[in-house]
Design a protein around this ligand. Structure first.
Ligand code: SF4
Length: 410
């Protein structure tokens, strides 16, 4: 069974609600759309209201609106096999639907400029270009190297130069000049937010874990949409205090926690609660994930804002090759002392599915722990079977218990 809800969640709702409402009064400020790990700090320093369409798409998935609206984008020629965030979001726009109506907006905020970084995938660029054509506004971005073995100084210089090259267009659209001191200040706040969010996630190394991956996917909202804003830091200070108190008093996110897992890959937004319940029923806590950790940016440095933003974007897990990814997961497995790894094979996101080139097999062998591959999708629920998922989880938990017993016996 799952444990008590986090009391910080009420403040989280207020923090996120106030961010969404601020997008509705954006007449007073230019609006920039930004991919989730794009150069948000630069946009904030230039006075933009920043909108993250991936967050919007995740809301469509969590509200289970996605499957109703995706066919509209498919009919426009966007394949069922490409990113279901993209097809959900464009489909919802064409259908005149948005979960932001709950915050007084009638539509997604109209962009004055759209800014992508392809460090995660090409889809964000295609997605933004659709809106760029729709509204006849500039679409600019950073074309990043991917599948990187080692991030070199040349890689960093190349991306830093691309970030600098965004500035003239961003200044022209906003009518503001970039102030270096302001950019340094925003990067410092972003770094502080990243540090606090990392500390929150780190509390789950305790036994029992005070919160799980499923809680983390909700709690990460401010780290995604309020990066570079003091509100995000304020929220994570209060969340961290609650989590540390839970650790001190041994309040468990999963009652009777007996097994611990690591999650790799995207969440299944429309099935978060069902999956949290499935794992908890078996006394299993999913205590850490690549996904939630992806908004920790230790490279950010206020003394070298643009180059540090470039380095942070290149060091992102999703942009790396198999070996650094495996080393990263190995560190997580040891830090959080997990019994097994769940890999989500997200049908429409090969970019964030690490199941297709034998990583689960290699890691199981290297670390001596079992892994489970769950077939599903970030938003397209046709790709996930509740019955099959539950059966797979049950079988996996039995296997983990046996593996642990034999390790202890040995
Ligand atoms: S990383 Fe995956 S889910 Fe995210 S925008 Fe790219 S294809 Fe879509």
């Amino acid at each position: 069974m799952t444990g008590p809800a986090l009391s910080s969640t009420a403040t989280l709702r207020e923090t996120m609600g106030s961010y969404y409402r601020s997008l509705g009064d954006a007449d007073t400020a230019p609006v920039a759309w930004c991919s989730s790990v794009g150069p948000a700090e630069l946009l904030r320093a230039l006075g933009y209201r920043v909108f993250f369409p991936e967050n919007h798409a995740a809301m469509l998935g969590a509200a289970r609106t996605a499957n109703r609206v995706m066919p509209i984008a498919h009919a426009q020629g966007y394949s069922q096999d490409i990113c279901s965030y993209l097809t959900s979001d464009i489909g919802a726009y064409l259908a005149g639907e948005t979960p932001l109506k709950a915050y007084g907006l009638t539509s997604v905020p109209r962009a004055d400029v759209l800014v992508f970084n392809t460090n995660q995938c090409r889809d964000v660029r295609d997605w933004f270009e659709w809106y760029g054509r729709q509204w006849d506004v500039p679409v600019i971005g950073v074309r990043s190297p991917r599948s990187i073995d080692t991030v070199t100084d040349d890689d960093v210089e190349g991306v830093a130069r691309q970030i600098e090259a965004l500035v003239p267009t961003l200044e022209a659209v906003s009518g503001a000049r970039l102030d270096g001191a302001r950019l340094a200040q925003v990067v410092a706040i972003s770094r502080e937010c990243s540090h606090l969010w990392g500390a929150c996630l780190g509390t789950a190394a305790a036994r029992p874990a005070p919160f799980t991956f499923f809680d983390g996917t909700i709690q990460m909202g401010p780290a995604v949409v309020l990066r570079g804003m003091e509100e995000a830091c304020a929220y994570y200070r209060s969340l961290l205090a609650e989590l540390e108190e839970r650790v001190r008093t041994r309040v468990a996110a999963v009652r009777g926690e007996s097994l611990r897992l690591y999650w790799d890959g995207m969440p299944l937004w429309g099935r978060l609660r069902a999956l949290a319940t499935n794992f908890a029923e078996f006394g299993t806590a999913v205590v850490a994930s690549t996904y939630c950790n992806s908004w920790i940016f230790p490279d950010l440095d206020a003394d070298d804002p643009i180059r540090s933003m470039a380095r942070a974007s290149l060091n992102l897990f999703i942009a790396r090759s198999e070996e650094p990814k495996e080393q990263y997961i190995e560190r997580m497995v040891r830090q959080f002392d997990v019994d097994g790894i769940v890999f989500h094979d997200c049908r429409t996101c090969p970019n964030n599915s690490n199941t297709r080139y034998a990583m689960p097999q290699r890691l199981s062998k290297r670390l001596g722990i079992p892994s489970l591959v769950l077939d599903g999708d970030v938003n397209d629920l046709r790709c996930y079977s509740d019955e099959q998922g539950r059966t797979n989880i049950e079988g996996f938990v039995e296997q983990l218990a046996d593996t642990r017993a034999s390790r202890r016996g040995a």
